[in-house]
Design a protein. Structure first.
Length: 199
């Protein structure tokens, strides 16, 4: 029988618990590294409207178990940041996107028409427009930064964390934090935005 490893995440204590086969532990930690930056965002979202399997009232986030039973491993908060230094602030350069006045106007109008309402969608709409309208195949974090500035949007604390979330959602592929738009991301911008309000 394959040995199971259980890891859980507690926002209050910094403990991490996930259930998975021991042989998949390396892959689990790779996915965990990209998930950790989202903890604060998930906790804030949970306070507004709690979703099953995401966060409960006590602030504990649990990944779906692979199976019942297993060995429990607890990781403290400082150890979560060993790989990649997710706690470091990022800085971005002001660069020229090479847009004409007409393009800048069209960019702002497009962004407003899509009405993105979260950081992932803010960044994805900027990536989409720049790739579709400037001949770029991929964009840099500095270009995303300037794109957000151009449309008057607040800059995320860590654009790289937002890119990780978009990559997990299969909206982009990224190499060295230079994303390329995937068809799932294109479809999301073209067909799912602006979001229709229920009610």
């Amino acid at each position: 029988m394959t040995e199971q490893v259980k890891i859980s995440i507690s926002l209050s204590t910094g403990e991490v618990t996930i259930e998975a086969p021991a042989s998949a532990l390396s892959e689990v930690f790779d996915r965990l590294e990209s998930f950790v930056p989202r903890l604060r965002e998930i906790a804030e979202s949970a306070r507004d409207h709690e979703e099953p399997g995401t966060a409960n009232a006590s602030g504990v986030v649990t990944a779906p178990p692979a199976s019942s039973g297993g060995t429990e491993i607890a990781k403290q908060a400082p150890q979560k940041r060993q790989k990649g230094g997710s706690g470091k602030n990022e800085s971005y350069k002001s660069i020229d996107l090479g847009l004409t006045p007409e393009q800048r106007t069209a960019f702002k109008e497009f962004y407003t028409s899509k009405a993105p309402d979260n950081q992932s969608d803010h960044v994805l709409v900027v990536i989409y427009w720049l790739i579709q309208n400037t001949g770029r195949e991929k964009v840099t974090m500095d270009e995303i930064f300037m794109g957000l500035r151009t449309v008057g949007e607040k800059i995320p604390k860590r654009i790289s964390s937002v890119l990780s979330n978009l990559s997990i959602a299969a909206h982009i592929s990224k190499e060295n934090n230079e994303p390329r738009l995937l068809h799932v991301g294109e479809d999301h911008v073209m067909h799912n935005l602006p979001k229709t309000k229920k009610g």
